[in-house]
Write a protein that binds this ligand. Structure first.
Ligand code: UDP
Ligand code: MG
Length: 318
């Protein structure tokens, strides 16, 4: 199997038939062997009925039905888990992405990239609540994570299966898939893709997600920088705090013991005690985090590195 197309579906009854039709048309000339995996994320409209009906006549379509609405990230993870293609393409079920772009993404992928992201240069969403917050968020994410992309939020992306197998998705991190991929050492690029306004159904997100994106950004920043060495973060601040606290404490002891001054009413004393305590806490926190990280890697047999390729005369006989 060459390609799995993963589509999360939440209340998209009117979009599904048109979408499948247009995927079919876009891939007709490519000779690719592909499957379409639609994940029904607990839709309350007739989406499931429509999907089931189409699955009986379309051998390429597989429908995965989740028990309830888990959110877009979980729906995508379910699709990934059940995909069989060498390449994986994700897109929205609302016709905003254009399947005609799929062959272009795949072509780019074959140039040696692990992830090709779509860039909606002509984004067709509400300017005030969507486009502007998204511009700011994209700029922030690029700055903070060091992964230079213009449009993280675009669902239309292509991946190599090996990369997908290495990614663990939680919360709403589907927006940050390129960052997670980058942490795993992937080669990433982007190409401009088309974008259409939503014709049927409603968007599932509003302005509120801006805040969730910012919170997720903190998590990712930490994951990216310190996943394998938390002691370096906590220990660093712990050490500074401890050193400052001890220095101030020594100074106060000198005043008290050598010069005989009273130090009981000095704010500096409280500061010193606070700094020493905070230092010890940060230090122990770093140690605990180190233990957690070991459990994280060892319980999943998750290596701390990723191999791209192996060369030897055994697998490259000439
Ligand atoms: N979606 C989903 N579960 C949810 C919310 C959304 O599977 O809880 C799907 C939805 O059906 C669509 C895609 O995720 O295919 C993107 O959603 P939407 O178009 O509402 O997001 P927007 O394009 O407005 O960012
Ligand atoms: Mg949409």
């Amino acid at each position: 199997m060459d390609l799995s197309i993963v589509i999360p579906i939440y209340n998209e009854e009117d979009n599904i038939p048109i979408l499948l039709q247009s995927i079919e048309e876009s891939l007709r000339d490519t000779n690719l062997e592909y499957e379409i995996i639609c994940v029904d994320d607990g839709s309350q409209d007739c989406s499931l009925k429509v999907l089931k009906r189409l699955a009986t006549v379309n051998p390429r379509l597989r429908v995965i039905v989740l028990r309830r609405n888990y959110g877009q990230t979980a729906a995508m993870a379910a699709g990934f888990e059940n995909s069989r293609g060498r390449f994986i393409v994700t897109l929205d079920g609302d016709l905003q992405n254009d399947p005609a772009d799929i062959p272009l993404l795949l072509k780019k992928l074959q140039e040696g990239y692990d992830l090709v992201s779509g860039w909606r240069q002509n984004r067709q969403d509400d300017t005030l609540t969507r486009v502007i917050p998204s511009k700011v968020a994209n700029w922030l994410i690029s700055r903070i994570t060091g992964v230079e992309l213009h449009d993280y939020g675009c669902s239309l992306k292509a991946y190599r299966k090996e990369l997908i197998d290495d990614l663990n998705l939680y919360g709403e991190l589907h927006r940050f898939l390129p960052v997670l991929a980058y942490i795993e050492g992937a080669k990433i690029t982007e190409i401009p893709v088309k974008h259409h306004p939503r014709r049927f159904g409603k968007s599932k997100y509003g302005l509120g997600r801006t805040f969730r994106v910012i919170l997720d950004l903190f998590t990712l920043f930490f994951l990216k920088k310190f996943l394998t060495r938390p002691m370096h973060v906590f220990g660093f601040f712990g050490l500074i705090s401890l050193l400052l606290g001890v220095t101030i404490g020594t100074y106060l002891s000198f005043l008290k013991l050598v010069l005989g001054q009273s130090i009981g009413d000095r704010p500096l004393l409280i500061l010193s005690v606070l700094l020493v305590l905070a230092g010890v806490q940060l230090f122990s926190f770093g140690l605990l985090a180190e233990l957690l990280i070991r459990t994280y890697h060892e319980s999943q047999k998750r290596p701390i590195y990723r191999i791209r390729e192996v060369y030897s005369c055994e697998n490259n006989p000439h």
